[in-house]
Design a protein around this ligand. Structure first.
Ligand code: AMP
Length: 394
C-alpha cells in the first residue's frame, strides 16, 4: 500500500477519524472510518474498514482514555495493526474557525497555531478541541505535516453587506460578523455539482445541509453568497438540540427575568433546544418521524417551516434560484422531510417527482420543474483529505 492521509475531527468528547489512501494522480480511497467517543465519561473506539465491516469496537475505563492525546494513541495503535505497510504522509484537521480572513486551508506552523489560538474566543466550545488534536499529533509524530481546514473558509467570498450585523460598526471590526459554518460540506457540494448536475453548477443554488447541525447556503457560480449560520453555529435553522435564530431579547429576558446564568443559557441553547426541546422526545429525526406524539409532529412542522423561511430569504439574496440541493443525514435520508420542504417550496417553481424522492435519486424534481431539486451526499472528510493532499503536493 502507498501513502495515507489521516483526517481528524475533534469534538468536545469525541475524536472522529478517517484514513485515505493516496493513489495514482492523487486519487483518494477511504480505507477506514471511526471514532473514539465518550471521552471523559465512557470512552469507546468504533471503526469500520473500506468494505463497511467492523474493524474495532473497544471500550475503556475513563482514566485509561481521558483526552484527545490518549484517543489518538488508540487510533494510531489500530491503524498500525491494520495498515502496517502504509506510511502516513500528513494529517488534515477539521477546524471550526478560521477567523475573518482565512479563506483557504492552512499548513500548521507554530505561527499558524498562535493565530488559530486567537480564534478560540469565537468558538470556545469547539476550537480548543480542534487545536488539542493538532497538538496531540505534534507530540506523537512531530515530523508529520498537518493541515487545518476551516468550516468558515468557504463563506469568506460573501460581501461585507452579507456578513454584517446591525451593531455599531466597531463590533464588526472586532470580529462580530456572520462567519457561516458547514463550509467544508458546501465546498464539497460545490465541487461535486459540475459532475452530477453540470446544468446547475454555475447557477443560483441553495444547499440545505440538514444533519444534527443544520444550515443553508446560497451559492452562485459555486461560491457562497449567503448562509443561515452567523457568528456561531447557533444561528439559522432549527437543529437537533439548537434553536436556530432567536430574538436576542430572549437571551436578555432569560438572564434578567428568569435569573439564568450565562452557563445555563449556553447549555439550553446548545443542548436542550431544537427538535429535542420542542418535541420533548429526542433529537433524532428518525424517532420523531415514527412517533405519533403531537409534539413530535410540531417539532417536524417547525423544522420544515424554518427551512421554508430561510429558503425564501436566500432565494431573494440570489434574485431567484435555479436549483435546491439536500444533503447531510436528514437531507440525504429522509424522503419525508424532503417532500414536506418541496411542497412548501412549490411557489418557487419546485415540482417534486414523488417516486424519485422515495428512491433518493440524484434529481428528485419532475422533468418540467422550473427549479430543480437534488439529493447530493456530502463528504467533509474527503474534502479535508483533498485539501491536505493539495497543500502537501501529493
Ligand atoms: P448528520 O449530522 O449529518 O450525521 O445527521 C444526523 C441526523 O440525520 C440525525 O438527526 C438523524 O436523525 C438523521 N437521519 C439519519 N438517517 C435518517 C433517516 N433515514 N431518516 C430521517 N433522519 C435521518
Amino acid at each position: 500500500m502507498g501513502q495515507g492521509i489521516l483526517v481528524l475531527n475533534a469534538g468536545s468528547s469525541s475524536l472522529k477519524f478517517s484514513v485515505f489512501e493516496v493513489g495514482a494522480g492523487g486519487a483518494l480511497q477511504a480505507m477506514a472510518v471511526g471514532q473514539v467517543e465518550g471521552l471523559g465519561t465512557a470512552p469507546r473506539l468504533k471503526a469500520k474498514g473500506a468494505d463497511g465491516g467492523v474493524i474495532a469496537d473497544q471500550s475503556w475505563t475513563t482514566s485509561d482514555v481521558a483526552n484527545h492525546g490518549q484517543a489518538l494513541q488508540e487510533i494510531a495503535t489500530l491503524l498500525r495493526s491494520r495498515f502496517s505497510g502504509q506510511e502516513l504522509a500528513g494529517v488534515g484537521h477539521r477546524v471550526v474557525h478560521g477567523g475573518p480572513n482565512y479563506s483557504a486551508p492552512l499548513l500548521i506552523t507554530p505561527e499558524a497555531m498562535d493565530t488559530l489560538e486567537t480564534f478560540v474566543p469565537l468558538a470556545p466550545l469547539h476550537q480548543p478541541h480542534n487545536l488539542a488534536a493538532i497538538r496531540a499529533v505534534q507530540e506523537a509524530r512531530p515530523e508529520l505535516p498537518q493541515v487545518a481546514c476551516f468550516d468558515t473558509a468557504f463563506h469568506r467570498t460573501q460581501d461585507e453587506v452579507a456578513q454584517l450585523y446591525g451593531l455599531p460598526y466597531e463590533y464588526f471590526e472586532r470580529g462580530i460578523r456572520r462567519y457561516g459554518f458547514h463550509g467544508l460540506s458546501y465546498e464539497y457540494i460545490a465541487a461535486t455539482l459540475p459532475e452530477v448536475a453540470p446544468e446547475i453548477a454555475a447557477g443560483r443554488v441553495v444547499v440545505a445541509h440538514l444533519g444534527s447541525g443544520a444550515s443553508m447556503c446560497a451559492m452562485h457560480h459555486g461560491r457562497s453568497v449567503g448562509s443561515s449560520m452567523g457568528f456561531t453555529a447557533l444561528d439559522g435553522l432549527l437543529m437537533g438540540t439548537r434553536p436556530g435564530n432567536l430574538d436576542p431579547g430572549i437571551i436578555l429576558y432569560l438572564l434578567q427575568q428568569e435569573g439564568m446564568s450565562a452557563r445555563d443559557v449556553e447549555n439550553m441553547l446548545y443542548k436542550r433546544s431544537g427538535l429535542l426541546g420542542l418535541s420533548g422526545i429526542g433529537n433524532d429525526m428518525r424517532v420523531l418521524q415514527e412517533s405519533d406524539a403531537p409534539r413530535a409532529r410540531l417539532a417536524i412542522d417547525h423544522f420544515v417551516y424554518r427551512i421554508s423561511r430561510e429558503l425564501g430569504g436566500l432565494a431573494a439574496v440570489l434574485g431567484g434560484i435555479d436549483a435546491f440541493v439536500f444533503t447531510a443525514g436528514i437531507g440525504e435520508n429522509s424522503a419525508h422531510i424532503r417532500r414536506l420542504v418541496c411542497e412548501q417550496a412549490k411557489w418557487l417553481g419546485i415540482d417534486l417527482d414523488a417516486a424519485a424522492n422515495e428512491q433518493a435519486g440524484q434529481r428528485i424534481s419532475s422533468v418540467g420543474s422550473k427549479v430543480s431539486a437534488w439529493v447530493v451526499p456530502t463528504n467533509e472528510e474527503l474534502m479535508i483529505a483533498r485539501h491536505t493532499c493539495k497543500l502537501l503536493g501529493l
